[in-house]
Design a protein around this ligand. Structure first.
Ligand code: TYD
Ligand code: MG
Length: 455
């Protein structure tokens, strides 16, 4: 009998789809030229083998003790909040972001915060030499003797370090540089990244060491190669922002130990990342006075209200199909609101170019900013500014009705704190709200009512 030759498989580097031969286009995710030849590691049995038994036998649920889980704080309040109030032992956290956004800087500052509390921490870089890390640490003014650094790419070696040192937390920068010689494929390929993540996850669970994985993000916004990683880790944080802006937003998109949609805001300075404790003030700092097209919305990010400035510009389309260029907002949502304005407020926007932007390079995805988006478009279209000191809050439905939003009170308090004097609010929210002092509340039922109240 002829023994079968070891098979090679071709794996899509974008989604992990496997095929026996090379293909130009992935049938699963549609990516072009994404297949790379990989040799799968020796097949592991998925079903239990005869004679095997569970190492962790099932127990009755009431018999499980709930230790009051202790969370470690890095001392960077914005970071701790995004983690859900601190770091839980034995978690695997993935930090994704564009190259150069500040992931390595953030991680070095965060684990230095742990090292300062006399906890042993380890920073393993596959991208920089230890000397480069030292240079960075000097710039960031961190460097406690509890902070150990290593330059390493081999997974086995990193696992051995974890086993031997048993640090409280480890940073692996980055997952794409990790390499296991047991697999035939190149570093950064899907099978290497997946294998490395599985091993680090098992190590984290077994030893109780918390591991941060840094991952680069592709142009399309997915963590390079594998979305697959998101399922394997406990927490996924994205570090986003425009490299040309100084603000960086750390966002939790998955968290087994806390709420998602929590954000932390940072500013990139000469000596590293600095927390922004009052983001509203920062995002509104450059707001033009009485400019048509500029409207302030009270958005909620996780538990935290943030005031952002939305800007709209409508202009006569030069030729052909009008352009819709939308930054920081959901383009479909904006198109829907423009259609509502056209139909319900009698504004012929269909033939006009429409540009929208959220000032400061942040992204807002909440429907509660709908009414503010509509108000910004209307303001630019009518070429009239909204009255000074006004904040606009409300979700808009397809018939032009303004619907209630969650946590209206928190939003109003933030607006009042920031010195706003008037708030446009859904009428249905108003009915359930204790009248707040120091800020005038105007209830509206529809988009046309809001337009009438503002302009
Ligand atoms: P870095 O953390 O290396 O990004 P990443 O790990 O996500 O690739 O940060 C890179 C950028 O940050 C770099 O362009 C320089 C800038 N930076 C500062 O402005 N101040 C600083 O103190 C540091 C360390 C970096
Ligand atoms: Mg880096």
């Amino acid at each position: 009998m002829v023994k079968k030759a070891a098979k090679t498989l071709f794996t899509c580097q974008a989604c992990g789809y496997r095929a026996p031969r090379w293909m130009g286009k992935c049938p699963d995710c549609g990516a072009w030229d994404s297949f790379v030849e990989e040799r799968p590691s020796a097949a592991r049995g998925t079903l239990s083998r005869p004679g095997s038994h569970a190492s962790n036998p099932p127990v009755p649920i009431e018999a499980i003790e709930i230790e009051t889980e202790t969370r470690l704080r890095t001392g960077i309040a914005e970071f701790d909040r995004v983690l859900g109030g601190g770091l839980v032992a034995g978690t695997l956290v993935l930090i994704g972001g564009d190259p150069g956004i500040g992931k390595s800087t953030l991680m070095l500052q965060a684990i230095d915060g742990l090292a300062r509390q006399n906890l042993r921490v380890l920073y393993v870089s596959g991208e920089e030499s230890t000397r480069q890390i030292r240079l960075r640490s000097r710039r960031l003014a961190c460097g406690s003797s509890n902070l150990l650094v290593a330059s390493e790419v081999e997974v086995e070696a990193i696992l051995a370090m974890i086993e031997e040192l048993r640090p409280t937390a480890v940073v692996v920068d980055s997952i794409q540089t990790l390499y296991s010689p047991e697999l035939g494929s190149a570093p950064g390929s899907v099978s290497q990244v997946r294998e490395a993540t599985v091993r680090l996850m098992l190590a984290a669970k077994r030893t109780g060491v918390s591991i941060f994985l840094v991952g680069h993000v592709t142009k399309e916004g997915a963590i390079a190669g594998p979305r697959l990683l998101e399922h394997m880790v406990d927490t996924v944080l994205y570090f986003e922002g425009d490299r040309n802006h100084i603000f960086r937003v750390l966002r939790a998109v998955k968290n087994r130990f806390g709420s998602t949609n929590e954000i932390g805001v940072f500013e990139m300075k000469d000596a590293g990342l600095e927390e922004v404790t009052n983001p509203s003030a920062v995002f509104l700092s450059e707001r033009p006075a009485a400019a048509p097209g500029s409207v302030v919305a009270a958005s909620l990010e996780g538990t935290r209200p943030i005031l952002v400035e939305l800007q709209a510009l409508t202009a006569g389309a030069s030729y052909g199909t009008p352009r819709r260029t939308i930054l920081g907002l959901d383009a479909n949502r904006v198109a829907l609101l423009a259609a509502v304005l056209e139909k319900k407020a009698g504004m012929p926007l269909m033939g006009l170019d429409l540009f929208m932007n959220v000032a400061g390079g942040v992204k807002v995805s909440e429907p509660a900013v709908d009414l503010a988006v509509a108000a910004a478009i209307a303001s630019s279209f009518l070429d009239k500014p909204v009255p000074p000191g006004t904040v606009v809050v409300g979700e808009v439905g397809l018939t032009g009705e303004v619907r209630a939003v969650g946590q209206a009170e928190v939003r109003i308090l933030e607006a009042r704190k920031m010195g706003f004097t008037r708030c446009l609010l859904p009428q249905s929210n108003l009915e359930r709200l204790p009248a707040p002092e120091g800020i005038e509340i105007l209830g509206v039922r529809s988009v046309s009512e809001a337009v009438a109240a503002l302009f």
